[in-house]
Design a protein around this ligand. Structure first.
Ligand code: NAD
Ligand code: DAU
Length: 339
């Protein structure tokens, strides 16, 4: 079995590469990643010498490079993690999101059509459903919830999802889609809420909470997401969408307070800053389908997952300090100065 994993030098993709190489010693995993600001080759250092692993530095939008890779590897499956993934960056500059997230998905699926594939899996997001009101805790996203996006990022992911379903109906491509809630864990890029707050707290820097911090996200430990995708590509039905989430809704402000407590830092570091434009209020996944059909359940409780995550950032300072000392400085200043 040969699987092309795109975006495998990023947060969830790298965790998925590790999961697959550990669990399936006879699988070949080929990581296709063009190493944007969010991709780190150092993340993949532990598997670089594994004979079942190959890293290829190319973009999913480069048709020629993608076709060449298919000719070389004859993949059985493609799991597409590669994307521009940060909502705030999409608000600043939508264009690259359209190119990578929509065109890149089409190029990968064209290659699958041309060379044949057992499964094309699209890693999507709960953000395609828009948001839920805070005063209706009885409402959850199901796979039937209409697509109703808020940001350029989520719109580009929704467009990609629709293309994937269209390639299934029109060309009979054997596809599946997972729509997961917010992940956290090792190798999470420090522009995102949890790693940003950990890094800033460790450096005694202000903790910038957007607005009042009452927005709710449904947090899932990254390994639980990887297990869900593993199940879907092997046992999930072709042409289907599976929501992935662990009923772990938390307000942003509460997450930041937990991080302060775990690190022994004062809550006075918390600074309320201007809210995100079009900020989604609440995400909440109903995971009944993946539970009933594939027996998936999250295994890591948030209390344990956040401790493990904080410990990982304490033990791997070099990884994130290198990131935040480079180009990221300019990004941070632009995004947070005078906010
Ligand atoms: P990330 O930003 O950490 O990593 C993205 C990776 O894709 C990077 O390694 C980057 O170099 C690579 N990449 C970007 N453009 C590329 C291109 N044109 N060609 C090849 N590689 C390219 O992202 P993440 O948080 O790991 O998210 C991975 C996927 O999961 C995304 O599709 C995202 O939409 C989805 N998702 C993320 C979350 C989450 O909480 N982070 C939740 C649900 C779904
Ligand atoms: O729900 C899945 C999505 O989760 C994925 O599709 C995206 O790729 C991923 O980036 C994530 O999107 P969010 O916008 O929910 O994640 P982020 O970490 O950027 O923000 C989480 C919440 O924290 C959100 O309500 C905004 C808020 N926030 C974020 C940052 C970076 C702050 O209050 N301050 C911050 O500095």
């Amino acid at each position: 079995m040969t699987i092309i994993v795109t975006g495998g030098a990023g947060f969830i993709g790298s965790n998925f590469v590790f999961h697959m190489l550990n669990k399936y010693p006879d699988y070949r995993i080929v990581c296709l990643d063009c190493l944007t600001y969010a991709g780190n080759l150092s993340t993949l250092a532990p598997v670089m010498d594994n004979p079942n692993f190959r890293f290829v530095k190319e973009s999913i939008t480069d048709r020629e490079a993608v076709y060449k890779l298919f000719e070389e590897e004859h993949p059985d499956m493609v799991v597409n993690f590669a994307a521009e993934s940060h909502v705030d960056r999409s608000i600043e500059n939508p264009e690259i999101f359209l190119d990578t997230n929509i065109k890149g998905t089409a190029v990968l699926m064209d290659a699958c059509r041309k060379y044949g594939i057992k499964r094309y899996h699209q890693v999507s997001t709960d953000e395609v459903y828009g948001d839920l009101p805070l005063d209706r805790p009885d409402l959850f996203f199901t796979e039937e919830t209409p697509i109703h996006t808020s940001s350029p990022y989520s719109s580009s992911k929704a467009a990609a999802d629709l293309l994937v379903l269209a390639y299934h109906r029109t060309y009979g491509l054997p596809v599946s889609i997972s729509r997961c809630s917010n992940n956290y864990g090792p190798y999470h890029f420090p522009e995102k809420l949890i790693p940003l707050m950990i890094a800033n707290a460790l450096n005694d820097k202000p903790l910038p909470v957007y607005g009042e911090g009452l927005n709710v996200r449904d947090w899932l430990y990254v390994e639980d997401h990887c297990r869900a995708i593993d199940l879907i590509i092997h046992k999930g039905r072709v042409g289907e969408v599976y929501n992935v989430g662990g009923h772990n809704e938390m307000k942003n402000i509460d997450i930041v307070k937990i991080i302060c407590k775990e690190l022994g830092k004062p809550e006075s570091l918390i600074t309320h800053v201007t809210d995100r434009k079009g900020h989604d209020m609440r995400y909440a996944i109903d995971p009944t389908k993946i539970h009933n059909e594939l027996g998936w359940l999250p295994e890591t409780k948030f209390e344990d997952g956040i401790k493990k995550t904080i410990k990982w950032y304490l033990d791997n300072k070099e990884w994130w300090e290198t990131i935040i000392s480079g180009e990221y400085q300019n990004y941070y200043e632009k995004m947070y100065a005078n906010r």
